[in-house]
Design a protein around this ligand. Structure first.
Ligand code: UT7
Length: 326
């Protein structure tokens, strides 16, 4: 067996909801602007005492329940996140321990919104190489904790949540191809400036707001459309697939206009593109697995369907994976 398949999927979103109308009350913005410019209506927001590991655990439990899998049957835990509980230790270690899987290998991956795509490539490769038989991959974020609530250009965009998939060895191979890329020449295009080894948090840096996420929205917009199209084209070519072979496009949910522009170029009709941005906003590494989980629950995806997962974000980074659903 040197194939891999996704055998279980789950997700979790915090109970509290922040609507466009709520944002109108505190910011110089409007439901109309947010809806037409982004497609977003609501975002789920983690409670003050709810950290990223808590979101991961809830999503992981959902996946384990759906797949009737015990936590100890998972050989390795991977969490893709930019909002870990701590700079270290890895959030995945906390998650595995809370799931009663102490002793299993566990680590985090940080590639911002591309985290799930990179993680899918890595986890599939670990399984296909025979290193592990079952890997839990979780994309999770508590972005509300690093958003400046007074900055209308970012406060309206981001939400919290987690999506989890269990990958396991299979006779048939679902992982058809991958295209990943990164360009770190201008990290400040999308970054959390303070708190790392380059710029420590001091009274001055806190005053300057370096504890909050920053983004050059227009730059990212152009880059996102280009890279989604490019990466998808390369991944399809590698898998020897045509655009018309694709049943489902599951893109990172950053902006409905970005998704529409990429879908148009890829000739994907609206009904074959999974979009849930209205409900969650941008949940970075969590957006693709949450969208997958919801599409499965809705009974949309059938065995044999070809899926393109495609994402982009901080780094800058991007990636696409083609997948045959088992
Ligand atoms: O996960 C990956 C990371 N993030 C992304 O992928 C985000 C990519 N970028 C975007 O989605 C879009 O660039 C945004 C949604 C962030 C912004 O939309 P835009 O159409 O690019 O707007 P803009 O930044 O060009 O701003 C247009 C106007 C500006 O006013 P002026 O200069 O034309 O007077 C902004 O000040 O809209 C103003 N504006 C707002 N107005 C009302 C910016 N934010 C808001 C707001 N409400 N929330």
């Amino acid at each position: 067996m040197n194939g891999v398949k996704i055998s279980a999927v789950g997700h979790y979103a915090p109970a509290a909801i922040l609507t466009n109308e709520d944002l109108e009350k505190t910011l110089d913005t409007s439901d109309e602007w947010i809806t037409t410019r982004t497609g977003m209506k609501r975002r789920h927001i983690a409670a003050e005492n709810e950290a990223t590991s808590d979101l991961c655990i809830a999503a992981a439990r959902d996946a384990l329940r759906n797949g009737k899998i015990a936590p100890s049957d998972i050989d390795c835990y991977i969490v893709a996140t930019s909002t870990p509980d701590y700079a270290f230790p890895a959030t995945a270690c906390i998650v595995a321990a809370q799931l009663d899987a102490v002793g299993k290998p566990a680590f985090d991956m940080e590639i911002a919104c591309s985290g799930f795509i990179y993680g899918l490539t890595l986890a599939s490769s670990l399984i296909r190489a025979g290193v592990y038989s079952r890997v839990m991959l979780i994309g999770a974020e508590s972005l509300s904790k690093i958003v400046d609530r007074s900055d209308r250009s970012t406060a309206i965009l981001f939400g919290d949540g987690a999506g989890a998939v269990v990958l396991e060895a299979a006779a048939e191979n679902s992982f058809l191809s991958s295209e990943l890329g990164a360009d770190g020449r201008r990290p400040e295009t999308l970054c959390l400036l303070g708190g790392g080894s380059r710029r420590r948090l001091t009274a001055e840096s806190l005053k300057a707001g370096e504890q909050y996420l920053r983004m050059e929205g227009r730059e990212i917009f152009k880059f996102a459309v280009t890279k989604m199209i490019e990466a998808t084209g390369i991944a399809l070519h590698r898998a020897n697939l045509q655009k018309s072979d694709v049943n489902w496009l599951i893109p990172h949910q950053a902006n409905k206009r970005i998704i529409d522009a990429a879908a148009k170029y890829l000739e994907m009709p609206e009904e074959r593109v999974i979009v849930n941005i209205e409900e969650y906003g941008n949940t970075s590494a969590a957006s693709i697995p949450i969208a997958l989980s919801e599409a499965l629950t809705a009974g949309k995806i059938k065995p044999g369907d070809i899926i393109v997962f495609v994402g982009f974000g901080g780094g800058l980074s991007w990636g696409a994976v083609t997948w045959k659903w088992a």
